[in-house]
Design a protein around this ligand. Structure first.
Ligand code: 5GP
Ligand code: MG
Ligand code: MG
Length: 183
């Protein structure tokens, strides 16, 4: 998908495809160094993290397994409900594993703080978080995040896995929507 296909829906491009790639290179190098000699279980949170999972995992150079969870906290709107439901659980036993959660975005932090607690209760060796985006001004709870791609303003963004009403996930960049899209 190109910007021109949805140009009328977009207000702005916040982070370009190239900027995302460069930052993921840096994050992957850091993760490779930090996890040297360890087998990582990369956990992706459906659906938003699909792009981050695909692009980050291909940049990592050591043994890796991937698993997926689906949780629901937002419905189709733009505000976190704070209530998290597991729609699809992991297939993997976490005991003794080094778990790295790959996320698209941390907004209020409610989903991730709940998820980290949930995964920690399963006896892993470690649980860390890598997120492409974080909105510091939207934080409602403190989440200890080891790897952050970009801190962004407190605006609703789409693209690179992130949707509005299930659209725009396939944009290769991060953008904001024009007001008319919401009404
Ligand atoms: P949190 O619980 O941190 O508020 O947000 C959890 C989830 O809400 C994220 O994983 C993401 O799926 C969704 N979300 C939060 N902020 C945004 C945003 O700006 N745009 C989109 N498309 N989804 C968001
Ligand atoms: Mg997410
Ligand atoms: Mg969504």
């Amino acid at each position: 998908m190109d910007k021109s296909d949805v140009a009328g829906d977009l207000a702005d491009i916040l982070i370009t495809e190239e900027q995302i790639g460069t930052r993921l290179d840096e994050m992957a190098a850091q993760i490779d160094a930090d996890y040297a000699g360890k087998d990582v279980l990369l956990v992706g949170v459906l659906k938003g993290a699909v792009m981050v999972m695909a692009d980050l995992s291909r940049r990592l150079h050591h043994p890796l397994e991937m698993d997926w969870m689906a949780v629901s906290s937002y419905g189709s709107g733009t505000k976190s409900s704070g209530v998290v439901r597991i729609l699809k659980d992991l297939d993997t036993d976490l005991s003794g594993r080094d778990v790295l959660i790959a996320e698209d975005i941390i907004d209020s932090g409610l989903t991730l703080s709940w998820l980290v607690q949930n995964l920690r209760s399963r006896g892993p060796a470690s649980v860390e978080i890598a997120t492409l985006l974080r909105k510091p001004d939207a934080a409602k709870v403190d989440v200890d995040v080891r790897y952050v791609g970009f801190d962004i303003p407190n605006e609703f963004v789409v693209g690179y896995g992130l949707d509005y009403a299930e659209k725009y996930r396939n944009l290769p960049f991060i953008g904001t929507l024009a007001p008319h899209v919401y009404s």
